[in-house]
Each structure stands twice: as C-alpha cells, then as structure tokens.
Design a protein around this ligand. Structure first.
Ligand code: ATP
Length: 209
C-alpha cells in the first residue's frame, strides 16, 4: 500500500493502535471489534473504521478486525522490523527519566547515546546508555535518526543547528524553545508545563459532568 495515502492524522494514531493490538496479541486474542478498540484507545469508532479502511482492513460485522493482519500491517508501516536509533541531549531530571524508560517495550526505538556538559555525568551510563560530552556530538552521532532535546531552552537553538548539520531526521523537542529547522526535518514539540496548564484550564472551564 502507498503509505503516502494515509492522512497524517491517521498516521499519528498508528502507534496507539499498534501498542494496544500488540497487548491483545500477547493475550492470545485473534480479533477485536471497533467498539473495544474505541474504548481502549479513546478514539471514536467511526474514526477507527475510517483509519482502518486506509490500512486495507475491513472489519466484518459480528467479527471485528483480525489482530494478526493489523499487526502485520502496522509493523511494516511503522518500520518495526528496524530499530530507530535515538540520541538524548541533556541528561537532567527529565532526560534521566527517559534513559530509564524502556521505549523498546512498545516500539522499536532505542536511545543509544546521550550527551551532556556536566563532568560528573560524562563517561557514565544511565539505563545502559553511555553519556558523552556534547563536544563529541559530531563524532558519535552517525546512524542516529532522531534526537530528544531535554536541555535548557537557551541551548536548544545551537544544538539543533548541529543536529541538522549531522543529518538528523527528526527532533522531539521538550524544551519550551520554538526551534527552527529546514523543511525536510520533522520537529515535534512537547511542552509538559503547557500541556499540564491546558488540562487544568479545561478541567476548570469545560468540566466533563
Ligand atoms: P530538566 O529540565 O530535565 O528537569 P534539570 O532541571 O535537571 O533538567 P536543566 O538545567 O534543565 O536541568 O538541564 C538539563 C540538562 O542539560 C542538565 O543535565 C545539563 O547539564 C544539560 N545541559 C546544559 N547545557 C547543555 C548543552 N549545551 N549540551 C548538552 N547538555 C546540556
């Protein structure tokens, strides 16, 4: 199937579906209804049916979707057969938590190296990930496709520029800085403070009951 035909909004939900279906598969389940899926991943079932039609998966009434088929499709589409190497820049509180977190459990991405400027951290390992000095970035980063930025906001621009020069494909930016990159590089921005504030705002102004 031509992956370019999958709308971006659908593609963004793929890892969510993938994770849930993988769990079902481990439990030995062979099929799943769109209603079950909908409740588990909190996406309405009409959207799920539309998403899945792009994957060539047509649910049968009273049967649902074939878990094996969907997993096969997701693995191919998400390139789950190939490990995506990730570098983490900034081993502070947040960065350290990520190094301890096992991303491999649910998808094939792996933090293979980390960088910092703090002499106490350089040369050590956290969660099995070696920590290098940021000055070694250019020397070490070959083969890494994605970078996670957990440095202070003031450092974000300079480091981004260096990552871009080294041919990074994507950056997950946890700093509040709005970094700019050429069009062919993808940046996803996650500001936990803003997300938390937004949630509190919604709770206050749009209560669910
Ligand atoms: P966090 O924001 O993750 O809670 P923190 O409060 O522990 O972190 P910050 O000051 O935000 O610390 O810095 C995050 C990490 O980034 C620290 O470990 C710091 O040493 C590191 N750091 C600072 N400047 C750079 C840089 N230029 N390159 C790489 N790492 C850096």
């Amino acid at each position: 199937m031509d992956q370019n035909k999958i709308p971006q909004a659908t593609a963004k939900r793929l890892p969510l579906y993938y994770r849930f279906l993988n769990n079902l598969h481990y439990q030995g389940k062979r099929r799943v209804s769109s209603k079950e899926l909908s409740e588990a991943v909190k996406v309405d079932s009409a959207t799920i049916r539309r998403d899945f039609s792009y994957f060539g998966a047509l649910g049968k009434k009273g049967y649902g979707y074939n878990v094996e088929y969907l997993l096969g499709f997701f693995r191919k589409t998400l390139d789950q057969d190939e490990v995506t190497k990730v570098a983490l820049i900034g081993v502070g509180n947040l960065g350290t938590a990520f190094l301890h977190y096992n991303f491999m459990k649910n998808n094939n991405t792996k933090i293979v190296m980390a960088f910092d400027t703090n002499a106490d951290k350089i040369g050590t390992e956290i969660g099995g990930v070696p920590i290098y000095h940021i000055d070694e970035l250019e020397e070490k980063i070959a083969g890494v496709q994605v970078a996670i930025l957990t440095v202070p906001a003031t450092e974000a621009d300079g480091i981004t520029e260096r990552l871009v020069d080294q041919g990074i494909a994507g950056i997950l930016n946890f700093t509040p800085a709005r970094i700019s990159v050429p069009d062919n590089i993808r940046v996803h921005h996650i500001d936990l403070a803003v997300e938390l504030q937004a949630l509190v705002y919604f709770l206050k102004h749009y209560p669910l009951d």
